[in-house]
Design a protein around this ligand. Sequence first.
Ligand code: C2E
Ligand code: CA
Ligand code: CA
Length: 384
Amino acid sequence: MGDRRLLAIDDEKGLLAVVQEIAQTAGYDVVTTSDPDFFLQQTREWQPTLVLMDLQMPDVDGVELLRAMAAEQLRAPIILMSGVEDKVLRTVGDLGTDLGLNMRGVLAKPIRMETLRRTLEEDAAPAGNNRADELRDAIAGGQLVLHYQPVIRLASRELIGFEALVRWNHPTEGLIQPDFFIPLAEERGMIDDLTWTVVRLAVEQAARWALTIAVPIAINLSATNLNDEAFPDKLAQLCRECGVQPNQIHLELTETATSRDTMRLKAILSRIRLKGFKLAIDDFGIGYSSMMQLRSLPFSTLKIDKSFVNDMLHSEDAGIIVDAILALAGAFRMDVVAEGIETEAQLAALVTRGAISGQGYLIARPAPADDISRRFSPLKEGTA
Ligand code: C2E
Ligand code: CA
Ligand code: CA
């Protein structure tokens, strides 16, 4: 499979032929179609690195397609093509971004060949490839490091867990934050290797901390990690090898990662739980989980997205949402962790509303294991 894979959908066959020719010249493998079902199947199975899509087609509109791609957690950049007026095009573009898609831009129809050629060549520019190659080497060569952020019981400030957050310790650029390379890893098929590197580091750390700190470590997963049916077994095996109890490892999945309420998802999540690992829904409140999912998927913990904590004191809406999430979690007997606590006032308000645990810069920023374990132990006051 080539490195550059372009998937294009349009009902104009003539335009598709032109796209195909220009893209192949720019070094892409190309699949074109007018069939929305085939298109969506290809986004899953062929994993394009760039998607070109028409907004107006006879059988389906662009918004439906964007929703379907968001549900699939497609990471590839998307370029919209359309003849509709500017404002509509922009609104649809914003919608795509809100859905969590990687909206790259817009080509207004009629599309000039020269514009198309330039767009494709820019996207295929070697800069992106170098970065991807660099990241591949970084994953294999031990440049990924974990920082740990404490999770505390809010009322007593006792330490009850850590979240492991990955950083790329780049040889010349210093520490790079995950938002700058996780999407690249997802786009370029490196996320399984990245996740396993993170999982190994975190489980080894749990083993080192087992006799002193002995609180669970939470690890973030990407949606695609769940395509590997052997994941629960491999994780259990690793824990056995390192002498770590499964209940010392929690796994976090974003709401959108679990928006496909399929049998397969149910099966893999249940197997993770049956092996003794806990599961949290991350960034809760900004994605798409339905009540049904909360009920039917085996999550043990709900993490309130930091945007609500941040807005809670000056926005009535955000406060209402926090209360609703706490009530929901109570009804489903789930633990709740409030994220992004930055001020004493936020912490106090959360305690008043009945939140039990949380994390945030107020307590501590994520830091290397040695720093953080010097400052925190389960019985000591968790002041940063
Ligand atoms: P997340 O899972 O929601 O992690 C929490 C993020 O909020 C972290 O950003 C953390 O540093 C930040 N944060 C913590 N307290 C505060 C606060 O008080 N205020 C504010 N404004 N932010 C706070 P970070 O480390 O940059 O990670 C960003 C995202 O990258 C994570 O969001 C997670 O989705 C992803 N990520 C991190 N590590 C991994 C990993 O190992 N694998 C995967 N798949 N994703 C990861
Ligand atoms: Ca998380
Ligand atoms: Ca989060």
